[in-house]
Design a protein around this ligand. Structure first.
Ligand code: ADP
Length: 433
């Protein structure tokens, strides 16, 4: 029976946290969307992570989905809960971090929780309540101009206060650095008896301290970093070994990249120098979507035949200037076009025998996972901070195809735009053989 239940506000965030939990010794399952009926108890997971798409959803929807997820996790036997959001605290003055946190606390009858977006391994640190992205303050980082959640302040207390009905307090670095007992002594003071406690953390040790000091909290919140201080019942390596859906060395793979992030662009450049590759042609997709998707699928199939062992790379953005600003062209917006084209490619390629898919981009991953009808992911071999292979049952046929719903076992790696080493698109496959 799972002991830990997590609710992640997007798909790659769910696999990010699940990757950390596996490394910390939890056999972990990711359930896609609010689970109904209650999550499968099949392979006896220690942790269940529900992947929602609630980060930028209307607030009422985000709250309703998160509460439904919490109730399903309680029903599945979970005893402690983790609300996972982005380590760059992606939100607006309306939410959705604060409202979801409040609703989860109310539902659990809990008075307080901790707020820990810090994840030093990925460059996110918090000091004096200010969130840094590597060397930059959050509001001076590229997140300043995020299209949906522009982060124009770096002060977490100021960011969270308008989003929550609860009191927001700061837990300073001096206390965290003094260790778990010092933090617990502080938390025992009446001032900290309720509300949201925004904790400073600049190192992995700080995260371990915070996890230990809040081990009795029914609910913790943060990025995936806080889970570094968690300890599950197994050795992470044992779980990681049981990964490949199709261990055959000539299994068909593909990279689908819809991300425009800097790290992904470097991975695309590296991959394009070594793998068969094709860039999505937005004009051709607008002209005749089905024909262009068919051409991409045919290219991938030809690559499998001609260059076995070199998974083709289908990508949307090679250089920054490939990004088409919203409204620049009439017709379907570029973002929607790319997501639906890569999702459609994924579905058709799995029908043609693809069993390994590496997907770059949070929104893109959501579109692909949805198109494949994936309901759950079993985490497997890690590929670095925040990225892992996972096995999943895909359903690439639907009623409209006149075919029975047949499940196909696939390996999936879902990568948030800024994660992964530069050689990820070529190196990832070695972990499956
Ligand atoms: P990341 O994790 O890097 O943010 P996402 O997949 O979440 O990646 O977001 C990237 C978004 O950019 C997707 O909605 C995708 O469809 C969109 N996109 C991809 N290529 C282009 C392009 N050439 N022009 C405009 N938008 C694009």
């Amino acid at each position: 029976m799972p002991t830990l239940g997590a609710i992640a506000d997007d798909f790659t965030g769910a696999t990010d946290l699940a990757t950390m939990l596996v490394a910390r010794g939890f056999r972990t399952r990711v359930v896609v969307g609010v689970p109904e009926p209650p999550p499968p108890a099949d392979a006896d997971p220690d942790a269940l992570v529900v992947a929602l798409k609630s980060r930028t959803a209307p607030t009422a929807q985000a709250v309703a989905d998160s509460l439904a997820a919490l109730r399903a996790l309680v029903e599945a036997g979970c005893e402690r809960f983790y609300f996972k959001y982005c380590s760059t605290f992606d939100s607006t003055p309306q939410g959705n971090i604060g409202p979801v946190m409040d609703a989860l606390l109310d539902e659990l009858g809990a008075a307080r929780t901790v707020v820990v977006p810090a994840f030093p391994a990925t460059g996110r640190t918090v000091y004096r309540s200010r969130l840094f992205v590597h060397d930059e303050l959050l509001d001076e980082s590229p997140m300043r101009n995020h299209p949906l959640t522009p982060m124009r302040d770096s002060h977490l207390v100021r960011l969270l206060a308008p989003q929550t009905a609860r009191t927001v307090r700061q837990l300073p670095h001096e206390t965290v650095r003094a260790g778990a007992e010092a933090v617990q002594a502080r938390l025992a003071e009446p001032e900290f008896a309720d509300g949201a406690l925004v904790a400073d953390a600049t190192t992995d040790d700080d995260l371990r301290t915070l996890a230990a000091a809040t081990a009795s909290f029914p609910l913790v919140t943060g990025g995936a970093g806080l889970a570094l201080g968690f300890s599950g019942p197994r050795s992470g390596a044992d779980e990681a070994r049981a990964s490949a859906a199709d261990p055959a060395p000539d299994a068909k793979g593909v990279v689908l990249s819809g991300s425009a992030s800097a790290a992904t662009r470097a991975q695309v450049a590296h991959g394009a120098a070594r793998l068969p590759h094709r860039k999505l042609d937005l004009a051709a997709l607008r002209r005749d979507f089905d024909a262009e998707v068919a051409a991409l699928v045919e290219f991938a199939e030809r690559s499998w035949a001609e260059r076995p062992g070199q998974p083709p790379l289908l990508y949307a953005v090679g250089e920054e200037r490939d990004v088409e600003p919203a409204g620049a062209e009439p017709g379907v917006p570029a973002a929607e076009l790319v997501e639906s084209a890569l999702a459609r490619c994924a579905r058709l390629l799995v029908r043609r025998g693809a069993t390994r898919l590496l997907v770059a981009g949070g929104e893109t991953s959501g579109a692909v996972v949805t198109a494949l009808g994936v309901r759950a992911l079993r985490m497997g071999a890690p590929l670095g901070p925040g990225v892992s292979w996972a096995t999943a049952e895909a359903y690439p046929y639907g009623e409209e195809d006149g075919a029975a719903e047949t499940g196909v076992l696939v390996d999936l790696a879902l990568k948030s735009g800024n994660f992964g080493a530069v050689d990820l698109f070529t190196a990832a496959w070695k972990e499956l053989s």
